[in-house]
Design a protein around this ligand. Structure first.
Ligand SMILES: [Zn+2]
Length: 716
């Protein structure tokens, strides 16, 4: 899914430079307090730190742009939608590469509900009749564009044939339907046409169905990623008149047939009519086709902001334009298909049960050079250089897993089934999950993740050369974020939309992701291919290599640290920033909810985290015995696990993490403290009070884990 996700959260994060200023001060203060420690690297004793720094300084430079280009060409030569033979070929390619590196490999196969479209057709039936061709036509000089393509339809679209008047619903957001209501316009029994942007397409589909539309067409407006933004493919990188954004409209995570548990061989499966899936046809269309429908609409004056980038005045309708849509798929004959997650494994020398996992989804809607061959290549190159280091004698202390996930594009399915399958092992032993989704389709670095891992990523970025040779990745990152001096470039919070969700939202495992982004209008299109990437995205493939270098350094740091370098000072300070908004909401309603209890609990966590950091750094001035390190790390892994709740969020039990979740009315935007903020949204004073008390209690449990870690440090 992620190009849109990343642009969304990164630009949202950029507006938070004030808060990142606070973070910068906090980090500096922490360093000042632990100045007694001679170690130049958090979590390492002085001698191990020097060796680790040398190892990382070498390894970040080792990934090869030429090898990255070869992998990219091989993996993006054909559309590889989950469940197709082409996607089984990418499985074999990755396994073969990892075996050649000398890694131990493993495959997990899951049988999941994955209906493939067999036919999709769209007609304008009034005022004049015309069948609109949905295929993305071949483009001169791009041989991949001539090959087989997956039909232009949204994943998990309903099937059937419907007809009706056309209504333009802007972005199809909840507030857009409220606006239509106020104008007295209903989509009931009609075909809604929405533009992409501002929300996850599954939310657009849900709202259209809720309001009675018989079908939804979602189009890419040229204002969003087409000619309004830049030259279009093949002249430029932006979306051309015929480009289509496919994508899933399933709002859950994992196989819809096995909600909450793994799709293993004998697992019980829901019948199709009990799965939470769209019932109406949902079809993505190009702006060429959208203009065939929108240009003829008439009716009410357009609300402010509803005009898009097509060269005519938009109208809402309904009618006089009418359309007919017919979608058929294989759900009743062969809806269940096999998907394959692959793993390349380096077993840890000291702590084999502690896992550092880096992963990328391997499936795509088209050739997927950007989304997500680039992420897969980053993981492959990270794996190759780490395997080389292992052969040279640098065997990591903890186990490192290089994963590729299947069927991410349909609803994070491969990673979710794996997380559900291996939940006990992961909950106990996973140190971190690092995600690579669209790792390189431009030059602008961006990152996100749990606040506990941000300092680590910043440190690795400081020691990674920028591919243009202008200094470090960090310096360029800071420059592009227009941040100066000691303050840190902002990082986004874990929202939704990629494979970290199972690890983060379901199990409370700290996550981080990063990538280099640029201007792109080929998201989920057949034109997201090697030719596009070579001409516009990453012409030298140096950014692919650098993303992989960062991955290699990150996994080795996490795998070798004496004490895993989570930064719970930055974490607690970040948490404290979410309290004022809650206080304002509570205050404006005249409630007496216990916000001070939450504020105090987070303050206790911050104090304990500071005390722990000082104790850790002074303990690492000497060499800590193995069993003691193990006890400290075991306690540390419980800190973020303590901020999950076994029963999950009230309306979404699978989402157990109470710190961040994707807003369920948006799908991409992130919501902090969802148990509390959703109760506020529901205007339920009693529930808000209970949720605040619950959350404060869980912060105290996290603090307790930090105390345990500190006590283990000083235990005799
Ligand atoms: Zn992706």
């Amino acid at each position: 899914m992620p190009v849109a996700r990343m642009h969304w959260v990164w630009s949202a994060a950029r507006s938070l430079s004030v808060t990142s200023f606070l973070l910068g001060v906090g980090t500096a203060e922490l360093h000042a307090q632990s100045a007694a420690s001679p170690s130049p690297m958090v979590g390492f004793s002085a001698p191990t730190a020097d060796a680790q720094r040398r190892l990382e300084d070498d390894i970040v430079r080792r990934p090869s742009a030429d090898i990255a280009r070869r992998h990219s060409r091989a993996l993006s030569m054909e559309a590889h939608v989950a469940g197709t033979p082409a996607q089984a070929r990418t499985r074999d390619y990755v396994l073969e590469q990892m075996r050649a590196m000398g890694l131990k490999t493993e495959v997990r196969t899951y049988s999941v509900f994955l209906p493939h479209a067999t036919s999709v057709r769209l007609w304008r039936t009034a005022p004049t009749e015309k069948e609109l061709l949905l295929r993305e036509p071949a483009v001169a000089s791009d041989s991949t564009s001539e090959k087989w393509q997956y039909p232009a339809v949204n994943g998990y679209s309903g099937s059937g044939e419907v007809a009706g008047d056309v209504v333009y619903v802007n972005y199809g957001l909840i507030e857009d339907y409220a606006r239509l209501d106020s104008l007295g316009i209903s989509v009931e029994g009609r075909i809604a046409v929405a533009r992409y942007g501002r929300s996850f397409r599954g939310i657009k589909s849900r709202e259209a169905e809720r309001h009675g539309a018989v079908a939804l067409l979602i189009y890419s407006d040229p204002q969003n990623d087409g000619y309004v933004r830049g030259d279009v493919y093949p002249e430029g990188p932006m979306r051309n008149w015929d480009g289509v954004q496919r994508g899933s409209v399933f709002n859950g995570a994992g196989d819809p047939a096995t909600p909450g548990y793994a799709s293993t061989a004998n697992a019980p499966r829901l019948p199709i009519d009990r799965m939470e899936l769209p019932h109406i046809p949902v079809v993505p269309i190009s702006y060429a086709n959208a203009s065939e429908l929108l240009a003829g609409l008439r009716g009410r004056d357009l609300p402010t902001g509803w005009q898009g980038g097509l060269p005519f005045r938009y109208h809402i309708g309904p009618g006089p334009v009418r359309a007919r849509i017919a979608v058929s798929d294989d759900r009743t004959t062969q809806g269940t298909k096999q998907i394959y997650d692959t793993f390349g494994i380096v077993v840890g020398s000291e702590l084999p049960d502690e896992l550092v996992i880096i992963g990328a989804h391997r499936d795509a809607w088209g050739p997927g050079a950007s989304d997500n061959v680039s992420g897969t290549v980053s993981v492959l190159e990270a794996a190759r250089v780490v395997a080389e280091a292992v052969r040279a004698g640098h065997r990591p202390k903890r186990t490192i897993v290089f994963a590729t996930w299947d069927a991410e594009e349909w609803g994070l399915i491969g990673s979710t089934e794996y997380v559900e399958d291996d939940s006990l092992r992961l909950r106990r032993g996973a140190v971190a999950y690092l995600n690579q989704d669209v790792a390189a389709d431009g030059a602008r670095f961006g990152a996100g993740g749990s606040p506990s891992l941000r300092a680590l990523l910043r440190d690795v970025a400081r020691h990674t050369p920028d591919p243009r040779g202008r200094g470090s990745v960090f310096a360029e990152w800071q420059r592009s974020a227009a941040i100066v001096d000691t303050t840190s470039p902002p990082m986004s919070d874990p929202g939704g939309g990629s494979d970290f969700a199972g690890f983060y939202n379901h199990l409370g495992i700290p996550i981080v992701d990063w990538g280099f982004a640029g201007e792109s209008g080929t998201y989920h299109s057949q034109y997201d291919d090697f030719e596009w990437m070579s001409r516009f995205g990453d012409t030298s493939f140096a950014y692919h290599a650098t993303a992989g270098g960062i991955g290699a350094a990150m996994v080795l740091r996490l795998a070798n640290a004496d004490i895993v370098p989570y930064d719970y000072v930055e974490f607690a300070r970040t948490m404290q920033r979410y309290v004022p908004a809650i206080e304002r909401q509570v205050g404006s309603r005249g409630w007496t909810a216990p916000t001070p209890a939450l504020r105090a609990a987070i303050a206790r966590m911050e104090r304990e985290a500071l005390t722990f950091a000082v104790a850790r750094d002074s303990a690492l001035a000497r060499t800590l015995p193995g069993p003691q390190r193990r006890a400290v790390n075991t306690a540390l892994r419980e800190v973020e696990r303590a901020l999950t709740r076994p029963t999950g969020l009230r309306t979404r039990p699978w989402y157990r993490n109470l710190i961040y979740v994707a807003d369920e009315d948006n799908g991409y935007a992130n919501m902090p403290f969802p148990s509390v903020n959703e109760a506020i949204r529901d205007d339920d004073e009693g529930l808000v009070a209970r949720e605040l008390t619950d959350l404060a209690r869980r912060f105290d449990a996290a603090t307790h884990a930090l105390t345990q870690a500190r006590m283990a440090l000083t235990a005799p």
